[in-house]
Design a protein around this ligand. Structure first.
Ligand code: NAP
Length: 315
């Protein structure tokens, strides 16, 4: 048996509870992991909120699409992107289902070695945001000499995008509230406060113009500012699908209908993200760690929308 967080109904964080459930046995191409840390992401509360459908057949719903831990069973000598997986390996698993648990069966293809220099908490929270940031920077072709504007730069995806864009040689301007400015500077970005007058503040920082924009916030302010500042629409991307975004002919990425899921580029990013983080060239910022039993409190904090880094669950 194992312990796992489930949503027992559609609703707010109050529908989360920890249940005892069979740990499961890995089948062909699968491995069992003893989870040491699971990353939380906004999509995790969006799926049980009902905003993405209310099919009762999905309940009770296990949550969590990324985790780090130790392989406890690898029956058929599963092969991951970095090679064979064996019991005892310390690993990062993404994309998986049911990571908020003490044990989880995952596809071997989702498993890469955990960088030894990272804590389990950092490793468990690095892949969804990192892979999304790589995807966003890829579709906007951000590279050396570009100036890129990142909306929501102090969030999970934003902090990854800031570092990866700076490492690629771009000048990075990132929107955040004042409390996030210091970390953005440390990671190679130039912070700008969001809110009324944003476009003017960015123009003052970058009179020569902005080449690309990544929107990890959604809403009119980020979209209007990006449209006003970036001359080429195909160099604007949003992670938050909306009618306006599609109508504006900018890029829309992620799991929403009509968006580009970028499965290949995201999966391919995992080994490179692990390498960069392992070499100390990509910092995984952990904002808070909660026990599984406090998953509802973790989600209340996450859903507040002002986290600077990852919120992690530990069994
Ligand atoms: N399409 C995809 O594939 C994909 C993948 C990952 C995430 N997402 C979505 O992208 C969004 C961000 O994800 P995340 O994991 O980065 O979330 P997160 O870690 O919760 O970060 C939220 C950040 O947004 C900032 N913020 C809030 N309001 C803002 C505003 N008006 N302007 C600028 N920044 C603002 C907050 O900073 P302050 O504290 O400074 O306000 C906070 O740092 C979520 O909606 C998520 O569901 C989509």
């Amino acid at each position: 048996m194992t312990r796992a967080v489930v949503a027992t109904a559609f609703g707010g964080p109050e529908v989360l509870s920890v249940i005892e459930t069979p740990a499961g046995s890995p089948g062909p191409g699968q491995v069992l992991i003893a989870v040491r840390a699971a990353g939380t992401n906004p999509v995790d509360y969006k799926v049980y909120s009902g905003a993405m459908g209310r099919d009762p057949a999905r309940l009770p719903m296990r949550l969590g699409s990324e985790a780090a831990g130790v392989v406890t069973e690898a029956p058929d000598g599963g092969e991951g992107p970095a090679g064979p997986i064996r019991a005892g390996d310390e690993v990062v698993a993404y994309r998986i289902a049911g990571g908020y648990a003490a044990d989880v069966v995952v596809p071997a293809s989702s498993v890469v070695p955990k960088p030894p220099a990272l804590s389990f908490e950092q490793a468990g929270g690095m892949m969804l945001t990192g892979a999304t940031a790589v995807h966003a920077l890829t579709v906007t072709e951000v590279g050396a000499g570009d100036t890129v504007l990142i909306h929501g730069a102090s969030g999970g995806v934003g902090l990854m995008a800031v570092q990866l864009a700076a490492a690629a040689g771009a000048r990075v301007i990132g929107t955040a509230s004042e409390s996030g400015h210091a970390v953005l500077r440390e990671l190679g970005g130039e912070p700008v406060t969001y809110g009324a007058g944003l476009e003017g503040r960015v123009r003052a920082l970058a009179p020569g113009g902005v080449d690309a924009a990544i929107d990890a916030v959604g809403g009119d302010e980020a979209l209007d500012t990006s449209l006003a500042l970036v001359p080429q629409r195909e160099r604007i991307v949003t992670l938050l699908a909306s009618r306006r975004a599609f109508d504006s002919a900018i890029k829309v990425i992620g799991g929403a209908p009509g968006a580009d899921p970028g499965t290949e580029v995201r999966d391919a990013a995992r080994l490179e993200l692990a390498r960069l983080a392992g070499e100390g060239r990509l910092r995984v910022v952990v904002a808070a760690v909660y026990p599984l039993a406090e998953a509802a409190a973790a989600h209340r904090a996450l859903a507040g929308g002002h986290t600077h880094g990852k919120i992690i669950l530990v069994p």
